[in-house]
Design a protein around this ligand. Sequence first.
Ligand code: NCD
Length: 302
Amino acid sequence: MDFKGQNILTAEQFDKEGLFKLFEEAREMEKALKRGRDLDVLRGKYMATLFFEASTRTRFSFETAMMRLGGKVVSNADMRGTSSLRKFESLYDTAKVVSQMVDVLVIRHYESGSMAEFAEGSDVPVINAGEGPSEHPTQGLLDLYTIWKEKGKFDGLTIGMVGDLKNSRVQHSQCELLKHFDCRFIFVSPKQLVMPEKYSEGLDFRVESDYAKAIKDMDVVSISRIQSERFDNEEEYKKFVGLYVLDEKMMKHAKKDAIVLQPLPRVDEIAREVDKDPRAKYFEQVRNGVAVRMALLKLVLA
Ligand code: NCD
């Protein structure tokens, strides 16, 4: 898989070789980060972040990644307030215009299908930083990188996915990326929020409703919050709040060497008491995310 000059729009475009190429590069980036000095691999390159939907981690993560590589950043955290949206500019034109000024666009948008239109308009690579409820490939990549670091392998692992499997773009991208490996899956969610067939197709999975029973078999516990912003109203959303909570008591059922992943933010699906459990890896994920995004930006732009 060749990264140079490519759009990164979906987890589907990654093959096994590409994944490991990225992970090896991310490992080098981690070493550089530990040395505490910025690199200059992307000196003279500019990245624009265009966020049409709220973000804290993903935008900061991309921006620190670019700056640590010696590149520069122009950023808009709320594209909904810009003339692009207020004056009804097409996504195609917005991408076309900004791509005349910078070397890469990192975009988050609330609509599925938006990334294809941005990519069509852009004259520089577009990186998907979250597309409605569909996909979030770079989060999926950093999640797999975390699994690889912690477990040293993917084959043979049982991956549990818990939460809002219907609307979690992160878990969708995880499924797409894990299709390359010999994993078993356990899906735990309310009946109304099951994993769409599009993402579970071809996977060896079973569905469980009893969290305490299911967690016993999981090597990786991948959790999503109920994605409130995807519901028509608060009442609908509230039906699912507090259904699956990982607390100390629940952790007693988990394997001794399991790892717990959550892209964050969390609401109530992981009790804070779990943070001190060495199996909780969600803050490490954040750190890994910077290294993985540095690796990706380098492979696409250098
Ligand atoms: C995720 C997202 O935006 O999809 N957050 C993130 O990128 N770290 C997950 C979420 O919001 O639940």
